[in-house]
Design a protein around this ligand. Structure first.
Ligand code: FAD
Ligand code: UDP
Length: 378
């Protein structure tokens, strides 16, 4: 073995695939019973509808290198993501756009009039210099829209004061003074035509790659555990960075989600793939209806059955899957301490969402893995 990769998510798979192509013998271990990390999906058995097991995953990128790379393993559909939001019993389009603004204020503003109104309502804070989510949010869209669509949704999703959260979280969402309600601004977007798992498995399908599932890096009863291999072979570690160091610099805060699945005997539940619930009285943040991700799968789409997930958000305990780095100021200090500890680990490279404690989308995880391979490992 020339390289051990801990974690078979998109970061680990990209490193493994590149190394295998370069002639290295790679072993990937994952503690789960399947590969692919959080992007894994499978068919719900009674309906055949593809369900994203760890939360809905939408692929989008403007990075030409990443787009060219992922197309080696899968073709993409022309799906374009759109999200709606039910506030006080009325459905609005997201992200905040001219349609949302006119519906919310019961008006017919032109783009210039809407800009002027929002500028007036947003005057409390300067969005550019805002340092936390609340100030950036109000600075971008004004207090009334912030309170309707962002404040309570964010409170449900992060259970952290919006003044403690980084401004960058909200900068993920565009604000538009047109009726364009595409969720993402990226050049390329789509879903893998034959599903995420087929894509992820193709990345690992190489004679130089061996995959060992249900294998935990910290389980001392198996041969490839941390104490046995660090210093013996180069390692790329994509699990939680605080767990690697046994929480020596404190536990970082992570958020996890619970997905409540229901199979319904109706053709269509909500008419769209994702409906957000920004009000405090709905216990969930959003409902996903998976058949809408693949309208081109005509027979599956047309059947009188549908699968939905209600998504609930909460802090992760050590026994949960950590999904989202919360990134409070205290966490950011912890990350710096772990970065220093990481630099002292001989031939161990920390990558991916969990290994670097960063809110990486799939294209970012792939892009940073390609950079790590090219710049450090190759
Ligand atoms: P992961 O996919 O988390 O893979 C890490 C792997 O390491 C896991 O398989 C885990 O089992 C394994 N592991 C951890 N500890 C150990 C251990 N001790 N021993 C062995 N194995 C271990 N991105 C988008 O682009 N679009 C989206 O719409 C989108 N939606 C998302 C929704 C949710 C709910 C979540 C959580 C993420 C979403 N993402 C989305 C992000 C996407 O999942 C990540 O960018 C991508 O999965 C990153 O891959 P990764 O390899 O860093 O991490
Ligand atoms: N957000 C919100 N209301 C919404 C959608 C998003 O307040 O209806 C905020 C929330 O803080 C969220 C952030 O915008 O964490 C980013 O949203 P996105 O949909 O990108 O989050 P993800 O898909 O990663 O959960």
């Amino acid at each position: 073995m020339d390289l051990l990769v801990v974690g078979s998510g998109l970061f680990g798979l990209t490193i493994a695939e590149r190394a295998a192509e370069a002639g290295r013998k790679v072993t990937i271990i994952d503690r789960r019973h399947h590969l692919g990390g959080n992007a894994y999906s499978e068919a719900e058995p009674t309906t055949g509808i593809e369900v994203h097991r760890y939360g809905a995953h939408l692929f989008h990128t403007s990075n030409e290198t990443v787009w060219e790379y992922v197309n080696r393993f899968t073709k993409f559909t022309n799906y374009q993501h759109r999200v709606y939001s039910t506030h006080k019993g009325i459905v609005y389009p997201l992200p905040i756009n001219l349609g949302t603004i006119n519906q919310f204020f019961d008006a017919a503003y032109t783009p210039a009039e809407a800009r002027a109104l929002i500028a007036e309502q947003a005057g409390e804070f300067d969005a550019h210099s805002a340092t936390n989510l609340e100030e950036r949010g109000i600075g971008l869209i004004g207090r009334p829209l912030f309170e309707a669509f962002i404040r309570d949704y964010t409170a449900k999703q992060w259970q952290t004061d919006a003044r403690e959260l980084p401004a960058s979280i909200i900068s993920r969402l565009p604000v538009r003074y047109t009726y364009d309600n595409r969720y993402f601004n990226d050049t390329y977007e789509g879903l893998p035509v034959d599903g995420y798992t087929a894509w992820l498995e193709r990345m690992a399908d190489h004679k130089n790659i061996e995959v060992k599932l249900s294998t935990d890096f910290f389980d001392e009863s198996q041969p490839l555990h941390k104490k046995a291999v660090v210093g013996q072979v180069p390692i790329v570690y994509t699990g939680p960075v605080d767990r690697y160091f046994d929480y020596e610099a404190g536990a970082l805060s992570w958020r996890t989600i619970d997905l409540e699945e229901e199979v319904l005997d109706i053709q269509d539940f909500q008419g769209t793939s994702v409906m957000n619930y920004p009000d405090a009285d709905a216990p969930y943040t959003r409902i996903h209806e998976f058949k809408h991700f693949h309208p081109e799968r005509k027979e599956i789409f047309a059947q009188e059955k549908t699968v939905i997930h209600r998504e609930f958000s909460r802090f992760a305990t050590r026994d949960d899957e950590p999904y989202y780095p919360v990134n409070t100021p205290t966490d950011r200090e912890g990350v710096l301490a772990y970065r220093e500890l990481g630099a002292g680990e001989k031939d161990v490279h920390f990558g991916g969402r969990l290994g670097t404690y960063q809110y990486l989308d799939m294209h970012m995880a792939i892009g940073s893995a390609l950079s790590m391979w090219n710049n450090q490992l190759a």
